[in-house]
Design a binder for this molecule. Structure first.
Ligand code: AR6
Length: 178
């Protein structure tokens, strides 16, 4: 079974196989963790995202609809791959936000498994600009990852990376994170 870890800090600094980006449907970058990842990765990452967005143009939801995930190379980052997933915008909870957020974690893990990536770092998807309540998002993140591990046996380490103190304190309440 994979080890679940908790870290407070900047996800771009982590030595892992896969870094997950909380992107938007255009895949063309933005603020928050998306901005930090693109700044650290450089223009090669944006070029790859542009090409994926162009290939997927015309599908509903644009380059990457909420809940789905795509994978690129790392640009200048030291990881092997970046997995870009799009979290739901919080609208009060009645628009399928919980299912979409869970799908982000599930689809990211599936892509990591398919690409032979053994360690994966997640930011707290949707809890910044997209306004998802942090406590509910933490619960979904930890629960979904645990439930998805048996189907993805190649994954040995999952790291939850909390940038802000509030998220870090919330995740600390899960006794099985180390
Ligand atoms: N490392 C780890 N986590 C970070 C970092 C970092 N360097 N910087 C911020 N966070 P957000 P969202 C945390 O807003 O809510 C973008 O513009 C932050 O504290 O990045 O999914 C995209 O392009 C927060 O807990 O993502 C989309 O348009 C978490 O990352 C939109 O924001 C997520 O915050 C996506 O919104």
């Amino acid at each position: 079974m994979a080890v679940l870890e908790l870290v407070q800090g900047d996800i771009t600094r982590l030595a892992v196989d896969a870094i997950v980006n909380a992107a938007n449907s255009s895949l063309l970058g933005g603020g928050g963790v998306d901005g930090a990842i693109h700044r650290a990765a450089g223009p090669e990452l944006l070029a790859e995202c542009l090409s994926i967005a162009a290939q997927r143009k015309g599908r509903s939801g644009g380059g990457c609809p909420p809940g789905e995930a795509v994978i690129t190379g790392p640009g200048r980052l030291s990881c092997k791959k970046v997995i870009h997933t799009v979290g739901p915008v919080w609208h009060g909870g009645s628009r399928g936000e919980a299912d979409l957020l869970a799908a982000c974690y599930r689809n990211s893990l599936r892509l990591a498994q398919e690409h032979g990536l053994e360690s994966i770092a997640f930011p707290n998807i949707s809890t910044g600009v997209y306004g998802y309540p942090k406590d509910a998002a933490a619960e979904i993140a930890v629960h979904t990852v645990k439930a998805s591990l048996p189907a993805n046996p190649g994954i040995k380490r999952v790291i939850f990376v909390c940038y802000d103190r509030e998220n870090y304190e919330l995740y600390k309440q899960f006794a099985d994170l180390r």
